[in-house]
Design a protein around this ligand. Structure first.
Ligand code: UD1
Length: 422
């Protein structure tokens, strides 16, 4: 297993290029199963989760060719409907093959993904949505078994929950509805940019979709879909992580390229409130950190609110911000596993329910720390960039799930960071 070793205190300067979005490419790869011909997906990030999805699509019977940042998927006519526990348990996003399998084959058996370290993650909304389209769903032996006696039919589907909507449930219903008979309306749909990218891909395949990016999506079912070529949008969470990296040490000046600043409005707004100088163009964001920062109050919310996937990273920044910052997690109330590791580096963070009260400290001190999930790992790397001495982040396979060559990208900005074998 590898570890990341970070020497703290360096100013970061220069440009960094953002890769394709993990959360867009995974459902798009699943959507390719709906086509009768091959699809070509470009700007694919080189990540462990993408490799897992490639393995899953192959198990389902698709032919997949993977080259440098490009994937070709030929679903063929002999797809198998079973997504096994061994793969779904390693990557929750595997659940988004449920909609395409049901749409294409009329049946699907997908292992229940279960919870993970960031908390309970039910899939009731996915099932509710697919049932509304006419699927019979049972849970047997840890698997969701979905079957449509006749073909799926369009319906009004309300995807509500106490937290807002669900991203992957919206994706699943949109994909299944693309081949249903009649028109589907997804009410209270999630509006994340990755879902707009998925809808754009489906439209290229021949689907009839309107309203993507809003909370009401209309899908007029068609009889068949073809293959399509599509370039994935850039990863707003990776971009956000580099923006925070550029704010971690005084004197840093980082330009994040190949990103869409519109997708990071909430983060940019908070960075500015904190006193970070942020200049955005159509496809880049320059972040400069001069003096001391001001504390912030942040609540994670569905898009376009502040993303839960940048909560841990902004907390790393708040640890060194004088005063008291309050960070409230509304999407995953237990997503604070990074707090105890940050406190081992000298931060003063207290948890009160689903809020973290962060008392800014003058310095963090490098320490061996354990990565626990993808974004928590990124937060520990960021803390290491500003800490005194050396930080060793262990179990970095979490980072490799969602960041392409993060140590190389940060090193090119002047960070002292390297990957070592344990
Ligand atoms: C996606 C992202 C993940 C991000 C999350 C929230 C991908 C591959 N992953 O995950 O990085 O952190 O959105 O922005 O795109 N919920 C239910 N019932 C359901 C489904 C969800 O109660 O059936 C709850 C969840 O527990 C959570 C909230 O809804 O509290 C949002 O989850 P959801 O939007 O579904 O997250 P994912 O789509 O799994």
């Amino acid at each position: 297993m590898d570890k990341i070793v970070v020497g703290g205190g360096k100013k970061l300067k220069g440009e960094v290029f953002v890769s394709g979005a993990k959360n867009a490419v995974l459902p798009i790869m699943a959507a390719a199963l709906l086509g009768e011909e091959a699809s070509r997906i470009e700007n694919v990030p080189s990540l462990r989760d993408v490799t897992t999805m490639v393995r899953l699509l192959r198990v389902l019977g698709a032919k997949v060719n993977q080259a440098d940042h490009v994937i070709e998927i030929k679903p063929g006519n002999t797809l198998r409907p079973v997504a096994p526990y061994s793969l779904v348990s390693t990557m929750r996003a595997s659940v988004c093959v449920l909609g395409p399998l049901l749409g294409r084959l009329g049946c699907a058996e997908v292992s229940l993904p279960g919870g993970c370290v960031i908390g309970a993650r039910p899939i009731d909304l996915h099932l509710k949505g697919l049932e509304a389209l006419g699927a019979d769903i049972t849970i047997e032996h840890g698997y969701v078994k979905a079957r449509a006696a006749k073909s799926l039919r369009g319906a009004e589907v309300y995807l509500g929950g106490s937290f807002g909507s669900s991203v992957l449930a919206t994706a699943n219903v949109m994909m299944a509805a693309a081949l249903a008979k009649g028109t589907t309306y997804i009410e209270n749909a999630a509006s994340e940019p990755e879902l707009v990218d998925l809808a754009d891909f489906l439209v290229k395949m021949g689907a009839k979709i309107k309203g993507q990016g809003s909370h009401l999506i209309e899908i007029q079912g068609v009889r068949k879909l073809c293959g399509a070529t599509h370039s994935v949008i850039s990863d707003r969470i990776e971009a956000g992580t580099f923006m925070v990296a550029g704010a971690m040490t005084r004197g840093s000046d980082v330009t994040v390229r190949n990103c869409n600043p519109e997708h990071n409005r909430a983060l940019i707004d908070k960075l500015r409130q904190a006193g970070v100088v942020v200049n955005a163009t159509a496809n880049s964001v320059r972040v400069r950190r001069n003096g001391l920062l001001r504390p912030v109050e942040i609540t994670t919310l569905p898009y376009p609110g502040f993303p839960t996937d940048v909560q841990a990273q902004i907390m790393a920044l708040a640890t060194l911000t004088p005063g008291i910052s309050v960070i409230t997690e509304k999407i995953y109330p237990d997503r604070f596993i990074h707090v105890s590791e940050l406190n081992r580096m000298g931060s003063k963070i207290f948890l009160e329910g689903s809020s973290a009260i962060v008392h800014g400290v003058k310095r963090l001190s490098g320490a061996p720390v354990m990565a626990s999930d993808l974004r928590a790992s990124a937060a520990l790397v960021l803390a290491g960039l500003a800490a005194e001495g050396t930080t060793e982040v262990h179990r970095v396979y979490h980072l490799d799930r969602g960041y392409e060559r993060i140590e190389e990208k940060l090193s090119a900005l002047g960070a002292s960071i390297k990957r070592e074998r344990e």
